[in-house]
Unconditional design. Sequence first.
Lengths: 592, 223
Amino acid sequence: MERDDPMSKTATRSYKAEQVIERMGQKLNRQMVGSLLACVHCGMCTESCHYVLANPGDPSYAPAYKGDQIRKLFKRHYDWTGRLFPKWVKADTVWTDEELEELKDTVFGKCTNCRRCSLNCPMGVDLATFNRMARGLLVSVGIMPEGVAVVSKDQWEIGNQMGVLKEDYLETLEWMEEELQDELDDPDVAIPIDQPDCDVVYSINPREVKYDPRSIADAAKIFHVAGEKWTMASEGWDMTNFGLFSGDDALGGSVAQRLYEKVVELRGKELVISECGHGYRSTRCEGPNWAKYDVPFVMESSVFTMLRYIKEGRIKVDKSKNSRPVTYHDSCNMARSCGMYEEPRELLELVCSDFREMYPNRTENYCCTGGGGAMSMSEYTPRRLKSGIIKANQLKETGAEIVVTSCHNCVDGLTDVIRHYELGMEVTQLVNLVANAIVIEPKVAVPVEEELVAVLALAGRTLLVADDEPDQVEFLATVFEDNGAKVLRAANAEEALELARAEKPDLLTLDLAMPGRDVGEVYEILREDPELESLKICVITGRPELRKLIYDRHVRKPEGYMDKPVTEDSLVLAVRRILELAHEEAAAPAES
Amino acid sequence: MSELLHFSEHTLQEVALGFMGLVYTTRIVWFLKFKAGTERQAATGPKGTTPTKGILYSWANIAMPWAMESTRRQYLIYAQFVVFHLGVTTAIALSFIIPYGPGLLENQALVLILQIVIAGAFLVGVIRIIRRVSNPYMRAISSPDDYFSLVLLTTWFFFALLAVPNQTSGGEWHLLTYFILTAFFLVYVPFSKISHYLYYPFTRYYLGKTLGYRGVYPVRRAG
């Protein structure tokens, strides 16, 4: 009987459910209320969602249906029609934590907040906005996918969403600076850090530090050639913002403010945001609103910056250097929430000789499947990959060999889809193509006769790959072997332990979710074995929530960590970096 | 004309309209009490896109079936939408024409036009009922109000169709039913999904304002 009265003080509603209902009232604004009231259940939005298209016959993916799971609460508690005639308008409430878990499955697991349905709704109902609100409500009571909790925690506590430590970040910048000096044969090339009064402060995605440092070097190359007075910040450099995905405005505001205040501290004139869809949207568009902060400097995407440099003649490019057919994937956040879809194409036309449009495109493009933080929610991976068939078909029809995108989430999402559907395409970003197309005026030529010796990146190394998925083992092994390494293969933790003891490899790549003996336990044994002291371990996992299996142990932490999917380039770079750092550490005492 | 029909055409309609106006006013006042979100950031998107352009585009969106993929691809459903809403407008207009300008209906051409429009809307109503009942996606999102509103309007169209000639030679029952249904419709609307048109200007206004400011609206598509 008590359940018939949603407002009853004596009803047996869980504390969390009570809080969700109460906090909904604090989150509602006029835009959201309009969207919650205006849906007429016309069904026009249904086919705009890639989840629906990939799951024919299952109405639970339909945008209006998903919206109703939130709308029913609003109607029951905040709208009089729902209060007076709840069953008549399908108004309902939540009583238990299990019901909140069901809501979690919908708002996190069946929607990437891509906003495609919003732009296809004749009534202008913005599902993505109130879906994000619902995520925020659940997060506020601790109900969220574990990956979201892990990443949010990192961003709150460490200051960036991948938990990159300051020393690792600075080391990577130093490493990329050296790479660039070698590439340009110019010892004066620098990646400046904390330089005050610069024209540009460059902010990046921590993914670039961990998996794609080449994009930092490419950006540095562009700034250098353009003669830009620029700097990166030693702290407050992460332009990504998990608050956008989790719906946590407090996190969103805090992260954005950290970035803004650093630019103010450095007296930077402009904040340039590297290519990242949600990072750009969060920093450029939503951050000032979340943080209630009036930003006193200019902010722009690096796409605009690169385009400006070319137009102003500050860099010269040769499009014939990028001759393979490319297509462009519009990030949802860039195209549907920030209106950025012509500039990337303009830039592509300048730096590529064979650009092929993808259909549909711009604001009508389909999600890469990795939006809305989906890449961090491993429990929904099978669902995500299934929905990827829509993207896969779109990609295949372009006939391109390379997919370009201006978003790191899209890079990962697309890489996953391409691998799953065996499309054999590469994913890259504009910064990589622009850097590759740059024409650098030659210095005074001094003829030197040199014998060029091609050295493979991992030549002479022995690597042990431990993963229970045969496809993953083959992928990793092939990449390592192609780069000159000798590869050992293990299908479980026990086998990895035996091979490590017998063969003494230089590095072990370790999956965290393997059958048989506990991976965490084996990890601890490996770390405590004095004979394996020099063994480097790089965790490669699709389940970030299992990190605690390793990191909670009182032994040396792994030297590297990568989320699946990994790309060939990021894998080789990460492994090289671990091995090179190990080499430098070993050499250090002798030099001092 | 019987006293009952006169009452139904005048007093009943006026009371029902007054009630609807009162509830709508209350509804709008309640809605406006929710604070509108604002944007602090500088505008994004190409030069020339503004909130005003975004709002105008957003409002006009429904009249531009080519602007959205959903209406472009489902053009038959869009056509049904047009016919259905023309029918609603016509049937409402009829409830004013009969009591206040019956002379207009002496023009047989106008009567025929009104009947064609309303008959079309009735037909669409039937199609929509079938679609809502037979399509699993539509069933999953439908509430009792959705079914009832659709059946109510379709029935109303039927009687409006009969009422258009404003003839009482065969009895008044069809006119009486039409006006009683109209009154019921006016009283019921504020509590049902039919009141969506009340929110349409607001949802579209805010979506257009945001997306205009951010350079998404007006949408540009590749050829």
